[in-house]
Design a protein around this ligand. Structure first.
Ligand code: DON
Length: 304
């Protein structure tokens, strides 16, 4: 039996004391004011109570973590069809890179980079009457608690400054890989990135991936096979051009966001979320990675 309580608190206390070397994201102006000292952690075993520490109940901008909810919703609705328009290979490039998209003729490498997430946004826009509401309801259902909301100021801030995403969307459109208007796709993408969640909620929501596709209310959302595929995708693509390093150091499928959050999962065992805003050069939380590396090392609970 793993002594999660003592492992979580020892890792938390140790990492809290380290001086973070990263930088808070400021390319979305609304994110730049966040306190760099915020630090929270929450582990959810598949049976048993959540174990949380620090600022685990404070909501923050999940940003790219939302991409995994979007692709989960898309695959639940449309099945394997989505792979006609987006791949499942690691990109080896930054999350907002444009270069690959040109020589691969508008088919993004995977749905966890921005270009791929824009294609998923387009699929959801086409398929759903009220995609924003359905998206919020979907994430709320995975958390099994209070309604999940967006921070409209963050969505607006990104709309005003998201020139690379706009370029990417026009580029995708030029390759006929967007069915909807570019502005509508961007609007939905910025909306989904602006949802706010706490580590407790993020960790709870990833029970979906720990429990083979079952939501907190016992309803099946994904098949066992779809869950396997999404976990594989997070393992190989969840950290952009740092996915290899994350697998090497932490050894769990997961997803990061420039708000400083990381969520990871050990299928059949536990899910975990950590939040610390300063990011490394690849856009991943410095203390988040350090926390998860220590946790899997001390517990021996990585998937490898
Ligand atoms: O599109 C963007 O640039 C942001 N809304 C999300 C980027 C992000 O979180 C990358 N993750 N580490």
């Amino acid at each position: 039996m793993i002594q999660w309580n003592s492992i979580v608190s020892s890792v938390f206390e140790e990492v809290k004391l380290t001086v973070s070397t990263g930088q808070v994201a400021d390319y979305i102006p609304q994110l730049s004011g966040i306190d760099p000292e915020k630090y929270g952690l929450c582990l959810t075993p598949i049976s048993g109570d959540q174990i949380c520490a620090g600022d685990a109940d404070e909501k923050f901008s999940v940003q790219s973590i939302s991409k995994i909810y979007a692709v989960a919703l898309a695959i639940a609705l449309k099945g394997e069809d989505i792979w006609k328009r987006v791949g499942v290979e690691p990109s080896g490039n930054p999350f907002n890179s444009l270069v690959q998209l040109e020589y691969e003729k508008g088919i993004p490498r995977n749905p966890l980079i921005n270009a791929g997430a824009l294609v998923i946004s387009d699929i959801l826009l086409t398929y759903l009457k009220d995609p924003k509401q359905v998206f919020l309801n979907f994430v709320t259902a995975l958390c099994g608690g209070d309604k999940i909301q967006i921070n409209p100021a963050v969505a607006e801030s990104e709309k005003l400054s998201g020139f690379k995403n706009a370029s990417m969307a026009f580029f995708l459109k030029s390759f006929n890989n967007l069915d909807n208007e570019v502005q509508d796709v961007l609007d939905f993408y910025f909306f989904q990135c602006a949802i706010e969640m706490s580590c407790r909620e993020l960790s709870q929501s990833f029970q979906l991936f720990a429990k083979g596709g079952i939501a907190p209310d016992g309803k099946r959302i994904l098949t066992v096979s779809q869950t396997k595929r999404l976990n594989a995708l997070m393992q190989t693509c969840g950290f952009y051009d740092e996915s290899g390093d994350f697998a090497y150091r932490v050894g769990l499928p997961g997803k990061s966001g420039v708000g400083g959050g990381i969520v990871a999962v050990h299928p059949g065992q536990y899910s975990i979320a950590v939040w610390s805003p300063p990011l490394n050069k690849k856009g991943n939380s410095v203390k988040g990675m350090q926390t998860l590396e220590l946790l899997t090392t001390r517990s021996g609970m990585s998937i490898f």
